[in-house]
Design a protein around this ligand. Structure first.
Ligand code: B12
Length: 302
């Protein structure tokens, strides 16, 4: 049985919470985690101090075994240390683990804080979104596929992400009238909302007056929008295609209506090696980072 006075280093605590060691040290120095010092001045956290921290911040341990705490000991505290869901994903950084876990639990405020902490470190909104939101939604999708997540958790996560993206978008503020216009959407029968919203965010951040026209948009309506907006760029985000022949026909019709100086950028997980060669477009991007690099080059060359 672990004693309440057992001491842990910030590194062990960081691993158990799946956050960075520097976050733990900061919390120690701010008094958020009750801390004792060794004779040599090193920070140490007792099990009872850790419990107080978990209670006051409504957190749970992700990896209790990093502290040598057995499952049977998890309920020794007045409040049980409930194991947070460890959602696997491509991102291995502690902050990505924490974001995925907070999102799965519906902790919107914590997700927002994590995004803002990253922005404060100098990351762009596009980078932060791709590293945290895209990564987490993919991880949650896999967890749902493996039966480790309830459908409602996936739906709730999607709604939270839509609000987080909206928050990041609002921070950018209005763009000058001289900003080049870009419009885009996810095509008819594609229910996915987040990718096109993220493309809009990334483009706005790099100075394009980007307008996301949403998901499940008939391409004939996008053709009309091209006439109304006279954009310099049109994007399509394609995650799901129900009828490939019809999609190819309509996408090519859209491409044909664009004048030569209008860029057609396509992306999305449905554009595989079979579908892509059948489409007409200026460039294919598989990520926001890729898009930004391209958008910067294009803006400079105009
Ligand atoms: C949320 C979600 C849904 C929601 C979407 C709700 C909404 N309002 O958006 C709903 C409930 C509709 C849904 C339904 C289904 N889903 Co679903 N879904 C997901 C999930 C968990 C997240 C999708 C998401 O938003 N990802 C985050 C975005 C931001 O990431 P992204 O799409 O990769 O986009 C990035 C890049 O690709 C790129 N990009 C994308 N587009 C573009 C465009 C341009 C121009 C550029 C530059 C870049 C770019 O940049 C983006 C940002 O980084 C995924 C898991 C996953 N791997 O993504 C499953 C997933 C896609 N779904 C899946 C399945 C199976 C389904 C259903 C069949 C389930 C069912 N049995 O009903 C249905 C099918 C619906 C349909 N008609 O196709 C599978 C697909 C498996 C496959 N073989 O294709 C996945 C992979 C889950 C899984 N692991 O099994 N789903």
């Amino acid at each position: 049985m672990t004693s309440p006075l057992t001491q842990y280093s910030p590194k062990q605590i960081a691993t158990s919470l799946q956050v960075s060691e520097s976050s733990v040290k900061r919390w120690c120095d701010q008094g958020v985690i009750p801390t004792v010092r060794t004779v040599g001045g090193h920070r140490r956290i007792t099990l009872s101090g850790l419990r107080k921290f978990l209670e006051s911040t409504n957190r749970n341990l992700v990896e209790p075994r990093a502290l040598g705490i057995a499952d049977s000991e998890l309920e020794i505290a007045s409040k049980p240390m409930v194991r947070r869901p460890a959602i696997r994903g491509a991102g291995t950084e502690p902050v990505q683990h924490e974001f995925r876990s907070a999102l799965a639990l519906g902790e919107e405020q914590r997700c927002l804080e994590i995004l803002h902490e990253r922005l404060a470190l100098g990351w762009t909104r596009a980078e932060v979104s791709e590293d945290l939101i895209t990564d987490a939604m993919r991880g949650l999708g896999d967890a749902w596929d493996c039966g480790e997540l309830e459908v409602y958790q996936e739906r709730r996560s999607c709604n939270i992400c839509a609000r987080l993206i909206q928050d990041l978008r609002e921070q950018i503020g209005p763009l000058p009238d001289s900003a080049p216009v870009a419009i885009g959407a996810a095509p008819e029968s594609d229910p996915y909302q987040l990718p096109s919203a993220l493309v809009e965010l990334a483009l706005r951040e790099s100075g394009w007056n980007a307008i996301n026209l949403g998901n499940d948009l008939p391409l004939s309506s996008l053709v009309q929008a091209v006439q109304d907006y006279q954009p310099k760029m049109v994007w399509l985000s394609v995650t799901s295609v129900s009828n490939a022949d019809q999609f190819v026909r309509e996408q090519n019709m859209l491409a044909d209506t664009l004048s030569e100086d209008v860029l057609m950028i396509v992306g999305g997980r449905a554009l595989d090696d079979k579908l892509r060669p059948r489409l007409r477009y200026t460039a294919h991007c598989d990520s926001l980072r890729h898009l930004i690099e391209l958008a910067e080059i294009l803006k400079r060359s105009r």
